[in-house]
Write a protein that binds this ligand. Structure first.
Ligand code: NAD
Length: 465
């Protein structure tokens, strides 16, 4: 896909600067994208502002019908979305079909359903009106570009906001496809505006723009802090979905092999470039050796290679810079005495590939155990009992996700309820697009998914009778 334009007010407008989009699997150029400027941001925010009154005054049911049509068009184009995402992210096609494309469609469908349920609430003699906050700035990263756009776009449109989207400059192609689909679906002009470009030239002026009423950002904790600062300057509402370092807690009564293998799979999904990945495995100390052996063997058995092959489990990392960063963090952990439980290291000759690695023998406060690596790296620790496991799990600056493997639901619940994190999966529970998702501490604030997601894009007016 070769694009040199931005979508503003329902029209594609060419810009003077572009950059290549590169396939991380083989270095080939798979497209070009516009590099917009702050002038484009100004025009996009103005267009979104002009479209806001009419869009926010539609009934929730009318907005839901628009979302339904958008889903219909995207569904018809699902295989192209899969191909574009595989090409720009390098994620395996099987992962992309399920967790990038179909999950994104599910999120949009769910947002339409939640729009239909939006209703004024009576409380005693008062009526609480939930109304669109204003123009929404959506800033998304590269790791699940389509899914992350859906988690913001669905609820923003459902709530009655109009939108300006800034995708990652590494993965803008799926965002173009969504914008094209919005036009085909007949979304009114200016309701969705797309301004691809860099964080400095587009992201920063967008989140600091006085015409923006709400900022929804997904990305790194460091950039999230800057985004929050910029939004606060305008007293814009802001929600941040940031990094994570989530623990998988295994108790003494559960099938160790099953729990460990499932944790390895969660950790390595999307080559470890998943904010909610279970990257720390906490097992009872007397099961540590077995857990390390099982995790190492399972990671070594995973298929790393061509992302277009349906049997591939891990594709490349997204960029050379990301690969170098992960390699350096693993090397530093090994230099500090980490034991490497995985044996295989060979990778395809071309592309930013890395085999998954399992580390043990580190202190729980080692940087490799506490800081987000965002690559296929699992760290295993032994714990004394449930209390110790909870305290190790909570001893990071993040709090996004987590898991508990335990045969006793009451005990699992007691552990889960003490974790400072936005989500806990018990045993084989799966991530659900119906459940609110978001962080504590440096993983951010605000919630995506579920009806709570719409609350991020609305304000309450109390009408007291
Ligand atoms: P990043 O923070 O570098 O960039 C995210 C987005 O922000 C990109 O579109 C980027 O261009 C833009 N940006 C950069 N500087 C900006 C600025 N000053 N103002 C406004 N926008 C700016 O993150 P990334 O490297 O693209 O993504 C990886 C990170 O995202 C990881 O840390 C990961 O944990 C996190 N993440 C979190 C979640 C979640 O839901 N919590 C989901 C996915 C990714």
């Amino acid at each position: 896909m070769r694009r040199d334009d931005v979508l503003i007010g329902g029209s594609w407008r060419p810009v003077s600067s572009t950059t290549d989009v590169v396939n991380p699997a083989d270095g080939s150029v798979v497209g070009t994208t516009a590099l917009a400027t702050r002038h484009d941001v100004d025009a996009a925010v103005a267009a979104a502002g002009s479209a806001l009154p009419a869009w926010s005054e539609l009934t929730p049911g009318e907005r839901a019908a628009h979302l339904d049509r958008l889903v219909e068009v995207l569904e018809g184009d699902a295989e192209r979305l899969v191909d574009l995402t595989v090409a720009e992210v390098g994620a395996p096609i099987t992962t992309v079909r399920r967790w990038h494309v179909h999950a994104a469609l599910d999120v949009l469908r769910s947002a339409a359903d939640h729009a239909r349920l939006l209703a004024h609430e009576r409380r005693g003699s008062a009526v609480l009106l939930r109304r669109a906050t204003g123009v929404a700035a959506l800033v998304t990263p590269w790791n699940y570009p389509l899914f992350q756009l859906a988690t913001k776009l669905g609820p923003a449109l459902a709530a009655g906001c109009t939108v300006v989207h800034k995708p990652s400059e590494l993965t803008p192609l799926s965002a173009y496809a969504v914008a094209e689909a919005a036009l085909v679906a007949g979304l009114p002009a200016g309701v969705l505006n797309l301004v691809p470009g860099t964080g400095a030239d587009v992201g920063a002026p967008l989140v600091a723009h006085p015409g923006v009423g709400v900022v929804s950002f997904t990305g790194s904790t460091e950039v999230g802090r800057q985004v929050a600062g910029a939004a606060v300057t305008n007293l814009a509402r802001v929600s941040l979905e940031l990094g994570g370092k989530s623990s998988s807690i295994v108790t003494d009564d559960v099938d160790l092999e099953h729990a460990v293998r499932a944790t390895v799979e969660s950790c390595m999904l999307n080559s470890g470039q998943t904010c909610s990945a279970l990257t720390r495995l906490l097992v009872p100390a007397d099961r540590l050796d077995d857990a390390v052996r099982i995790a190492g063997a399972h990671a070594d058995a995973m298929a790393v290679g061509d992302p277009t092959d349906p049997d591939t489990e891990l594709g490349p990392l997204v960029s050379a810079a990301q690969l170098e960063r992960v390699d350096a963090l693993v090397a530093a952990a090994v230099a500090r005495g980490a034991h490497v439980a995985t044996r295989r290291t060979e990778t395809p000759a071309v592309g930013h590939y890395r085999r998954p690695v399992v580390l043990s023998g580190l202190a729980p406060d080692d940087p490799a155990s506490c800081e987000e690596i965002f690559g296929p790296v699992l760290v295993v620790h032994g714990t004394r009992d449930d209390d110790h496991a909870v305290s190790v799990a909570n001893a990071t600056r993040y709090g996004l996700s987590g898991a508990v493997w335990c045969d006793d639901d009451d005990r699992a619940f007691a552990i889960a309820a003490r974790l400072q994190t936005g989500q806990v999966l018990v045993n084989d529970a799966e991530f659900s697009v119906e459940s609110p998702f978001g962080g504590w501490k440096h993983s951010g604030f605000g919630r995506e998914l579920g009806p709570e997601a719409l609350h991020e894009f609305t304000e309450l007016t109390t009408v007291q009778f």
